[in-house]
Write a protein that binds this ligand. Structure first.
Ligand SMILES: [Zn+2]
Length: 421
C-alpha cells in the first residue's frame, strides 16, 4: 500500500493500536483499520498551523492526537508484540506561525525509554528538558517555520553507514562487500580486512541487530576505527588476524523506526539458533565460507545499547577457549579506565542459555570461542562511549596478539560448519 503524507485536523485521524480503538468513536475508525497494516501507517498530522511529519528514514510515530491547539499527544506503538519495551520515536515539526507546543509521548502500558533530543537543519543534536510521569514523557517546544527533528536518539541511518564504509575503500587491504540482503532487499554490508590468505584467524564485529540502539552503534564505529588505525601494535594484529565487521544487520528495522525487530517482526538476536531470517542466514553463510576455507573464528563482539552500561559475557567455565579471555580483557579495561579517570564502570554479567538464539551463545557453542554482547547505556556520555571503545579495542588487540592460535577454540576444525536451518 502506498503511504502518502496526509494532514489531519483536530482530534482526527488518530492512529492507535487495535486494542485502543475499542470505544473510539471517530469516523476514521474504518479508515484506520484499512490503513493500519503496521504501527506507522500514517506519516504526518497537524492542527492547521503545526505540521508533524515522520515520513523519513527511522521516522516513527504510531498515532497523533491534537488535544488542543497547543498540545499534542503522540502515541508510540511497537511494530508487533510481544516486544522488549523500547518506545522509539522520530519526527519533524514545523509551523506556519511560531507557536508553543506541548508534546506528550504516550507509550500505553509501557515505560518511556529514550529521552528527547532536537536538531535543527545543519546543527548538532541537543537534549531537551522533559518530564516523565508513569507512561508518558512530556516536553515543550517552540515551533517555528524552521523544521526541527525530534528523536529518541541521534539519527544514525544508512547515510552515516555509507560514509563510514566509504572512507575505508581507499585501503587496499579492506573490502566492503554485500553479504546479503534484508527481507526488504536492503543491502547488508560487511567491512573486511584480510591481510593474506595465510591469515586464518578472524575477529567478528556485529552491530545494530536492534534498531534504536544508537549508543551501541557509536561504540562500534569507534572500536573498529581504532582497530584499523595505523599503530605499530595494530599493524602486527592486522598481519595475523582478519577482521569481519557487519555494522548494520537490521537495515529494515532502522529504516522503519522499529523498536526492536526486523521487517518480519522478529528479534534477530533471538534467531541465531533457528536462522529463520535472511539477515542471520547471510551472516551464517559468510561464517561458513570462512570456516570452509580453513579460517577460524576466534572472537566476536556484538554491539548493543540498554538502560546502563553492561557487558554480557559467556561464563568462563562454559567451555569456550581461552576460558578467561573475556574476563581478562574486561578486567584490564576496568583498570585502564580507572587509571585514566574516565567516569565509566565496567560491569561484567556472565550468562548462558543454549536455547535463546543470542549471537554470543551461537558463537561460543558453534566455534568454541568467547563472544560478548557489548551494551552501552542509552544515556552514556557520547565522548565516554568513544574513549571506552578505543581503549577496549587497544586492549583486545594486545590480548589477541599475546594469545597463541592454538589456544583459541575448544572445537575441532571439522565441527565448525553447524548446519543452517
Ligand atoms: Zn540490543
Amino acid at each position: 500500500m502506498q503511504i502518502l503524507p496526509t494532514r489531519c485536523h483536530l482530534r482526527q485521524k488518530v492512529r492507535l493500536p487495535i486494542s485502543r480503538l475499542i470505544g473510539y468513536t471517530c469516523l476514521n475508525i474504518l479508515f484506520s483499520l484499512i490503513t493500519l497494516h503496521g504501527a506507522h501507517a500514517e506519516s504526518a498530522c497537524g492542527n492547521g498551523n503545526v505540521n508533524i511529519n515522520w515520513q523519513f528514514e527511522a521516522g516513527a510515530i504510531g498515532g497523533c492526537e491534537f488535544v488542543s491547539e497547543q498540545a499534542v499527544v503522540l502515541h508510540l506503538v511497537p511494530e508487533n508484540i510481544p516486544i522488549n519495551s523500547s518506545p522509539w520515536y522520530a519526527f519533524d515539526v514545523s509551523a506556519k506561525q511560531t507557536q508553543a507546543l506541548q508534546v506528550t509521548l504516550s507509550v500505553g502500558e509501557r515505560k518511556p525509554r529514550y529521552l528527547p533530543k532536537v536538531r535543527m537543519a545543519g546543527a548538532q543534536w541537543q537534549t531537551l528538558p522533559y518530564e516523565i510521569n508513569a507512561n508518558t514523557l512530556r516536553f515543550n517546544l517552540l515551533v517555528t517555520e524552521q523544521v526541527q527533528t525530534i528523536a529518541g536518539q541521534e539519527l544514525l541511518v544508512s547515510d552515516h553507514y555509507q560514509q563510514w564504509l566509504e572512507k575505508y575503500k581507499e585501503n587496499p587491504q579492506i573490502t566492503v562487500e554485500e553479504i546479503g540482503q534484508s527481507s526488504e532487499q536492503r543491502a547488508i554490508f560487511a567491512l573486511q580486512h584480510q591481510p593474506a590468505s595465510s591469515a586464518k584467524e578472524w575477529l567478528i564485529v556485529l552491530g545494530r541487530q536492534h534498531p534504536p540502539e544508537v549508543t551501541g552503534a557509536m561504540a562500534l564505529f569507534a572500536f573498529v576505527d581504532q582497530l584499523l588505525e595505523q599503530t605499530a601494535q595494530n599493524q602486527r594484529f592486522l598481519q595475523r588476524f582478519n577482521v569481519l565487521a557487519i555494522p548494520l544487520l537490521n537495515p529494515d528495522g532502522v529504516s522503519k523506526g522499529n523498536w526492536r525487530h526486523n521487517a518480519n517482526g522478529i528479534d534477530l538476536n533471538r534467531d541465531w539458533k533457528a536462522f529463520s531470517q535472511v539477515e542471520t542466514q547471510a551472516v551464517k553463510r559468510r561464517f561458513d565460507e570462512i570456516t570452509k576455507a580453513g579460517g577460524n573464528i576466534v572472537y566476536a563482539v556484538d554491539f548493543h545499547s540498554t538502560w546502563h552500561d553492561v557487558f554480557y559475557t559467556m561464563p568462563s567455565d562454559h567451555g569456550a577457549q581461552p576460558a578467561h579471555f573475556t574476563e581478562a580483557w574486561l578486567d584490564t579495561l576496568a583498570k585502564q579506565i580507572s587509571a585514566q579517570q574516565i567516569e565509566f564502570k565496567v560491569v561484567q554479567k556472565p550468562g548462558t542459555n543454549q536455547d535463546n538464539g543470542v549471537f554470543k551463545q551461537f558463537i561460543a557453542d558453534t566455534y568454541g570461542v568467547h563472544a560478548i554482547t557489548y551494551e552501552m547505556g542509552d544515556n552514556t556520555d557520547r565522548q565516554v562511549i568513544k574513549q571506552v571503545a578505543e581503549l577496549a579495542a587497544d586492549i583486545l588487540v594486545g590480548q589477541m596478539l599475546a594469545t597463541e592460535a592454538t589456544a583459541f577454540s575448544s572445537v575441532s576444525t571439522n565441527d565448525k560448519s553447524a548446519p543452517t536451518q
